[in-house]
Design a protein around this ligand. Structure first.
Ligand SMILES: *[C@@H]1O[C@H](CO)[C@@H](O)[C@H](O)[C@H]1NC(C)=O
Ligand SMILES: *[C@@H]1O[C@H](CO)[C@@H](O)[C@H](O)[C@H]1NC(C)=O
Ligand SMILES: *[C@@H]1O[C@H](CO)[C@@H](O)[C@H](O)[C@H]1NC(C)=O
Length: 450
């Protein structure tokens, strides 16, 4: 089995592995078990497989595709360029101990790939970021990943293996393309959320005032956000995250920033709840995917045809419900209507603007620097989601960073005792919604609705 697993390492990175299990939503029984080799077209093994205890160095972190069909793999200490048959064309070590940089070096820790993005704003360009060397990134040539065109400013990506980094390359301030990045605060200088310019001048820098959100507290012990996904919808970049909410509770959230706003002051977050059929709590979001509901799912749940839905897999946590950020092998798939999520964002902003600091300002975010709710009895305009100042000459600030009070609830449509999920994607075939769920033990679940 182990060799079988290794054989499928790249596919595993794409959330496939040695077996495929088909299940139906609302049931947890495995209906069919198949061997993935039936589906295999090509595979790639990381050649740099070390013996224990360095085995972790063989891991893949990310992969991406270029327009011309090549596959780029960001692995621990290595980058690979493969052709569309997954044959290795090129490799680059990202662990060069001769570098003079301060901070963590490869000598002391492996270099985990943290960001791997084709830079579609210019030809032949790939952005790669690792955790060591102060979290800097390189702009490389797609056709020759050895060729570093330039390096970025410091502290773009998070450091250690478990320090999460998610990103989205999309239109930002003034309509120019920017890289939106959310990271676990593994170092003092790392800001949790930034949008970064792609200019060659000061590559991937983020203005402190307009393009960054700072923690107001010593971050490492207090919030410890673990970002799992970023996506793009109608002018906003959304992040899925699990984090410490107050002294003793961990929750999952969806947050968003306005992409084209003058700054990130309108950042807003709301809590997502995922409950089992017995009311138990799945507190830790593990992965999420945003897409349409298929006609059958839409009909049976009373959604509009093609209504946008957020699919997210959650895990229960070790210890009493919600008291730790350590996931256990007990997962669930929850679904949220995007209309409910948008309504919750609106309510969070409404509460912050209209109720202000009444009752200690429950809508302001204490752990972010400078958050306030001003308390104006005005009606809520959509423009406040991007530009939170009054719509008059005075431009009086209305709020900075808002959070929702009531969580958006959902009851699991699939519960998986004994399984820790790690990825989810959905697709529609004829009228059926199909979710493909990857697990931490290397299985792929194909979940059909109904
Ligand atoms: C990197 O490429 C070189 C030259 O093709 C090859 O000899 C080496 O085995 C490769 N190393 C890895 C880890 O892929
Ligand atoms: C990929 O590379 C291999 C080895 O060089 C070659 O045999 C194969 O034809 C290539 N596949 C494509 C689709 O280019
Ligand atoms: C798919 O759904 C549409 C609209 O609900 C229906 O008209 C059509 O017959 C369905 N197709 C199949 C193959 O069930």
């Amino acid at each position: 089995m182990e060799s079988c697993r290794r054989h499928f390492t790249l596919l595993w990175a794409i959330a496939l592995s040695w077996s495929i299990i088909c299940v139906n939503m609302f049931t947890t029984s495995a209906e069919q078990l198949g061997d993935l080799s039936d589906y295999e077209l090509a595979s790639f093994d990381n050649p740099d497989i070390l013996d224990e205890p360095q085995r972790r160095a063989s891991k893949f972190n990310h992969f991406t595709l270029s327009d011309h069909g090549d596959v780029y793999v960001g692995a621990v200490n290595w980058l690979y360029r493969l052709n569309s048959s997954l044959e290795e064309i090129q490799n680059v070590s990202t662990c060069d101990d001769s570098r003079p940089d301060s901070g963590m070096s490869c000598y002391r820790t492996n270099n985990y790939n943290k960001i791997l993005a084709v830079d579609s704003t210019r030809p032949n360009s790939l952005i790669t970021c690792g955790g060591v060397y102060d979290g800097i990134c390189q702009l490389r040539q797609l056709w020759d990943i050895n060729n570093v065109i330039m390096e970025s400013v410091l502290n773009v990506a998070a450091g250690f293996e478990d320090a999460s980094t998610v990103w989205m390359l999309t239109q930002g301030r003034g309509g120019e393309a920017m890289l939106f990045v959310a990271v676990t605060n593994s170092r003092e200088n790392v800001r949790p959320i930034t949008r970064r310019n792609l200019d060659t001048n000061s590559f991937l820098s983020a203005r402190e005032d307009d393009d960054s959100i700072f923690f107001s507290v010593s971050p490492i012990s207090v919030v410890h956000p673990k970002y799992v996904a970023a996506f793009d919808l109608s002018g906003f970049t959304y992040f899925l995250v699990s984090q410490k909410e107050d002294l003793n509770s961990f929750v999952s959230k969806i947050s968003r920033v306005c992409q084209g706003g003058p700054n990130l002051a309108a950042y807003t977050e709301i809590t997502l709840q995922c409950s089992g059929s017995d009311g138990s709590v799945y507190s830790l979001v593990q992965a999420a995917h945003f897409g349409p509901a298929g006609p059958d799912l839409a009909t049976s749940l009373g959604l509009h045809a093609d209504e946008q839905v957020l699919y997210a897999v959650f895990a229960k946590n070790q210890g009493a419900p919600g008291t730790s950020d350590v996931p256990i092998d007990h997962s669930a798939l929850c679904m949220y209507r995007m209309t409910d999520i948008l309504a919750a964002f609106r309510e969070a902003v409404r509460g912050c603007i209209q109720d202000g600091n009444i009752g200690n300002g429950p809508n302001k975010i204490d752990y972010l620097e400078g958050s306030f709710c001003n308390g104006y009895g005005i009606s809520i305009l959509d423009r406040y989601f991007c530009t939170p100042v009054t719509n008059d000459q005075n431009q009086t600030p209305l709020f900075k960073y808002a959070k929702g009070i009531a969580p958006v609830p959902s009851t699991a449509i699939l519960e998986l005792p004994g399984t820790l999920t790690s990825s989810v994607i959905t697709t529609i075939e004829v009228n059926h919604t199909i979710a493909l769920i990857g697990t931490s033990s290397g299985d792929l679940l194909k979940v059909n609705y109904p």
